[in-house]
Design a protein around this ligand. Structure first.
Ligand code: KIV
Ligand code: ZN
Length: 518
């Protein structure tokens, strides 16, 4: 029987994933996700594109400083300024990697770069050499490789390896490939590039045709030793290869692929939930592996089979990917130790101080609702540990509203500015309903005029007393910002979501960001 190969998992949730429209994350959120990715067991974390913006630079530097035991990578185009900036942000990492990229396909050469083949090879070699001067872990990506002429791709890859690239990553930048095509691209490189054994071959697939995972698996079948992916498959347009899907496909079908990863699969659901909460990008219910319905059996014949022998209809066990068998966990009388234990099982690391704060909020919540579920706990923790410097915070409101009459709201917020915290209050009688009135009051107090592009409410757990989770998307000066708020009171949850988005506008991590594809 063939030996099992270990495939490296390169997670780019914080870089390519963050390129999902509206999914920008602040520094605290990025560090929290990076920590969760390290605990998940990924091999490389691509933390950002340092030259893209000061916010990206600081985030890569913070992740590089915080993570131990996992490689931290920063992206750079093949030019000196990008590479120098990438190194500046990565140099404190225990295991730094610089990832340089340059487009190679005819369409990119002619229309985007206006460079001929010789110029592309020379630029790629210069970029890899400069990166290799800083660290010995250098990845090179010929962008749009899947649409690059096979002979030219071999030439660029060979030159990049000779210049010092230790990983050559083959992107299907526009999600154009099919599995047979992608497998062939990798096979061709293995057969025709003389120095290919000096580097790891990686694959980076986008999901425009819904084939990113299938294409990545085909690449592995043909010798790729690294897959690039994101949690929940988030990313540009239709997204990237989904980490949880590719990892579980390799593990579940080890009989076929003879390959596996070091991912601790029981952490997949908590990390998926964390990324979804932070980015506001909800996971579809029927999403493979981590969707709410991924293990739900509706048909009677399936349920019957499941009761007799779960393997009749289940190819993986829910617990293998981190779904807990019973979600009902704690109540009013549960203590700090039980909460800490539950948080640990769910994959969160809390400092003593964070645990104390979460515990206080847990007690307040337990006064309002009888049964506290895992999803409630996840919400409490995320609200606590992910708040960076939230300039605006909710204090209280009073609302008078009757059918057929304009609502009246008195709202109190706190603003943490340079002069310290200050409470501000306003009364507004306007709007179509309580939520609209609340949003108008927030706009008045914060001074931001925004368009609300989407608004949705769902329950965090079950029961009439369930907490409501509100997700909003606001538009401000042509950019979109997501916000999330949770409370047992849906008007308060709406206010918190609106403020969360306003706080993102105020810190503006994506402003003036360079577009990676330009
Ligand atoms: O999709 C792509 O080509 C990329 C590169 C920067 C690797 O994300
Ligand atoms: Zn990409």
């Amino acid at each position: 029987m063939a030996d099992t190969r270990t495939i490296r998992v390169f997670d780019t949730t914080l870089r390519d994933g963050e390129q999902s429209p509206g999914a920008s994350m602040n520094l605290a959120e990025k560090v929290e996700i990076a920590q969760a990715l390290a605990d998940l067991g990924v091999d490389i974390i691509e933390a950002g594109f340092p030259i893209a913006s000061p916010g990206d630079f600081e985030a890569v530097r913070a992740v590089a400083g915080a993570i131990r035991g996992t490689t931290v990578c920063g992206l750079a185009r093949c030019n000196d300024a990008d590479i120098d900036r990438a190194w500046e942000s990565l140099k404190c990492a225990e295991h730094p990697r610089i990832h340089v990229f340059l487009a190679t396909s005819a369409i990119h050469r002619e229309f985007k770069l206006k460079m001929d083949m010789d110029e592309i090879v020379a630029r790629a070699v210069a970029g890899v050499r400069r990166a290799a001067g800083y660290c010995d872990d250098v990845e090179f990506s010929p962008e749009d490789a899947a649409r690059t002429e096979p002979d030219f791709l071999c030439r660029v890859v060979e030159a990049a390896i000779a210049a010092g690239a230790t990983t050559v990553n083959i992107p299907d930048t526009v999600g154009y490939a099919t599995p047979t095509h992608m497998g062939g691209v990798i096979r061709n490189l293995r057969e025709r590039v003389p120095n290919i054994d000096k580097a790891i071959i990686s694959v980076h697939c986008h999901n425009d045709l819904g084939l990113a995972v299938a294409n990545s698996l085909a690449a592995v079948e043909n010798g790729a030793g690294q897959v690039e992916c994101t949690i929940n498959g988030i990313g540009e347009r239709a997204g990237n290869c989904s980490l949880e899907e590719v990892v579980m496909a390799l593990r579940t079908r080890g009989d076929f692929y003879h390959a596996d990863t070091k991912v601790v699969s029981q952490r997949l659901v908590p990390v998926s939930r964390l990324v979804s909460n932070v980015t506001g990008l909800q996971v579809q219910r029927n999403k493979a592996i981590v969707g709410r319905n991924a293990f739900a059996h509706e048909a009677g014949i399936h349920q019957d089979g499941m009761l007799k022998e779960p393997r009749t209809y289940e190819i993986m066990r829910p617990a293998d990917v981190g779904f807990t068998s019973t979600d009902l966990v704690l109540g009013k009388h549960s203590g700090r130790v039980a909460l800490a234990d539950r948080a640990r099982t769910m994959g969160y690391r809390l400092t003593a101080e964070q645990l104390q704060d979460v515990f206080e909020n847990f007690k307040k919540l337990a006064d309002k609702k009888k049964e506290i579920y895992d999803s409630d706990i996840a919400s409490l923790i995320e609200q606590q540990i992910l708040v960076e410097t939230e300039a605006w915070s909710f204090v209280s409101y009073e609302m008078a509203t009757h059918t057929g009459q304009t609502p009246r709201v008195t709202l109190k917020l706190q603003h943490d500015g340079a002069a310290g915290p200050k409470e501000v209050t306003t009364t507004v009688q306007a709007g179509d309903g309580p939520v609209d009135a609340m949003f108008l009051a927030i706009e008045e107090l914060t001074g931001y005029q925004v368009q609300c592009r989407s608004f949705g409410v769902q329950s965090v757990s079950v029961g009439k007393d369930a907490q409501g989770e509100v997700l909003v998307e606001l538009e401000h000066q042509g950019r979109r910002y997501k916000g999330r708020g949770v409370s047992t009171d849906s008007v308060e949850a709406s206010a918190r979501a609106f403020l969360n988005a306003i706080n993102r506008i105020e810190t503006g991590p994506q402003q003036d960001k360079i577009d990676v594809y330009k």
